[in-house]
Write a protein that binds this ligand. Structure first.
Ligand SMILES: C[S@@+](CC[C@H](N)C(=O)[O-])C[C@H]1O[C@@H](n2cnc3c(N)ncnc32)[C@H](O)[C@@H]1O
Length: 405
């Protein structure tokens, strides 16, 4: 039942200002015709040497910003209370609040009322207030999955040569975590159960670093039942990954097949495609649309197809200076390819963000297309048609979707 929004937010405030009982809270989404300053904010308490602090991590399109606030229950307007009031004043559409004994889900309706759903935990949750870097990580370095994947040594210490890969896995999990929470909160994704776990496919999984890390994080840390399938053209990948799954006791299937042609027993709800080469990313996106996937995370790899098309045809006036030099032409090809992919997905009823998922010093292939199925087509077909006609482009994804101009 909906209630006046100030009353519901007062309940949220009470929980956020519970340094002993708050496990974590997440604010996300927006209200009708109002946009919060941040895309998402996470709140929890951490124990620092100076004492317990309210930690607020705010995410914009590309980065996370963390700030810690003093907790002074004896003072009406302690820094923590001021920070909480500022957050509650932001027009977020959803609040997800976990305490040691309850979980609260708040959604702001179109009439700007608050819908509060509260469920009691069967057992009190433990609170992690650690602040060391390891505890801030979604999967600690000594998790068995990193040893099995060869990123950590036998003592669970990260190998210096594998730091970049570990960082990439961690940042990918962060994006997966926030995308999943958001999609579940907004009802774009059903709540999976042990009998009917979330069906995830990783297309072009290679050695399945991200597949295994995702499985381990979602089931072990978040308690989300998932069934994973990894697809790769290489038999060697399948053998290696099936062996690892057995070693880790993980319920995952690995199949040899092409992204474009693989037949899966059940249509996946979440599609991952990370650094699938060139137009293999287009194939992955087209399969996701065909399966009606709810959430798609695709980090494109190289963009040879559009780069070759730019090379083949003179640039339209007055843009020739953008394509004269190879390096600029390649960067333009990257941007055009991903902008056109995003536009095509929007037209298919996906909400799409193009974000940076890991700092460029860890990998130059650091763009992520994040698409959530809303069912409402968006964007302008006219602008898309204009762009491809001006540059004489034939995006592979449009061909695969059968929507070429
Ligand atoms: C650069 S690796 C990325 C591996 C993994 N996703 C990761 O991010 O660590 C690309 C993988 O995609 C596979 N691949 C490329 N094109 C494919 C296709 N059309 N169908 C299936 N697998 C493909 C390759 O065999 C390779 O293992």
């Amino acid at each position: 039942m909906s209630a006046p929004l100030p009353d519901v937010l007062a309940v949220v405030r009470g929980h956020l200002l519970g340094p002993d009982t708050l496990v974590r809270a997440v604010a996300s989404g927006r209200r009708r015709s109002d946009q919060p300053r941040w895309k998402r904010v996470e709140v929890r308490y951490v124990d620092l040497r100076a004492g317990r602090r309210l930690q607020v991590t705010s995410y914009d399109e590309t980065q996370a910003f963390t700030a810690n606030y003093e907790v002074r229950p004896d003072v009406g307007h302690s820094p923590a209370a001021v920070a909480v009031d500022e957050l509650l004043a932001e027009p977020f559409g959803n609040w997800h609040v976990e305490t040691t004994t309850e979980q609260h889900q708040v959604r702001v309706t179109k009439k700007l009322e608050g819908l509060l759903h509260t469920s009691r935990r069967t057992e009190p949750a433990e609170v992690d207030r650690g602040h060391d870097r390891d505890k801030d990580r979604l999967l600690p370095e000594d998790d068995p999955v990193f040893r099995a994947l060869g990123l950590a040594d036998a003592n669970g210490r990260l190998k210096p040569s594998r730091q970049a890969k570990y960082r990439q896995v961690e940042e990918f999990l962060r994006l997966l975590d926030s995308s999943l929470t958001d999609a579940l909160d907004k009802g774009h994704l059903r709540t999976p159960t042990a009998e009917d776990p979330l069906r995830i496919v990783d297309l072009g999984c290679g050695n399945a670093y991200l597949t295994f890390a995702a499985q381990r994080y979602l089931t072990g840390v978040r308690g989300v039942p998932v069934h994973l399938v990894g697809v790769d053209v290489r038999e060697q990948s399948r053998e290696h990954n099936a062996g690892l799954a057995a070693e880790l006791g993980v319920d995952a299937d690995f199949v040899v097949g092409s992204i474009a042609g693989v037949a899966l027993e059940h249509d996946p709800e979440v599609v991952l495609a990370l650094h699938a080469c060139d137009t293999a990313t287009d194939e992955a996106l087209a399969r996701a649309v065909g399966w009606d996937a709810r959430l798609v995370l695709a980090a494109p790899c190289c963009h040879h197809d559009i780069a070759a098309q730019l090379r083949a045809t003179p640039a339209p006036a007055p843009y020739s200076m953008l394509t004269r030099d190879g390096i600029l032409r390649e960067r333009l090809a990257d941007t055009l390819t991903d902008a056109l992919r995003a536009s095509l997905l929007r037209a298919e009823g996906y909400r799409v963000d193009v974000v940076q998922f890991v700092e460029s010093q860890h990998t130059p292939r650091n763009t992520m297309l994040r698409a959530v199925r809303t069912g409402t087509p968006a964007g302008s077909r006219e602008e898309y048609d204009d762009l491809v006609a001006t540059w004489h482009l034939a995006p592979r994804l449009a061909e695969l979707l059968g929507t070429s101009s």
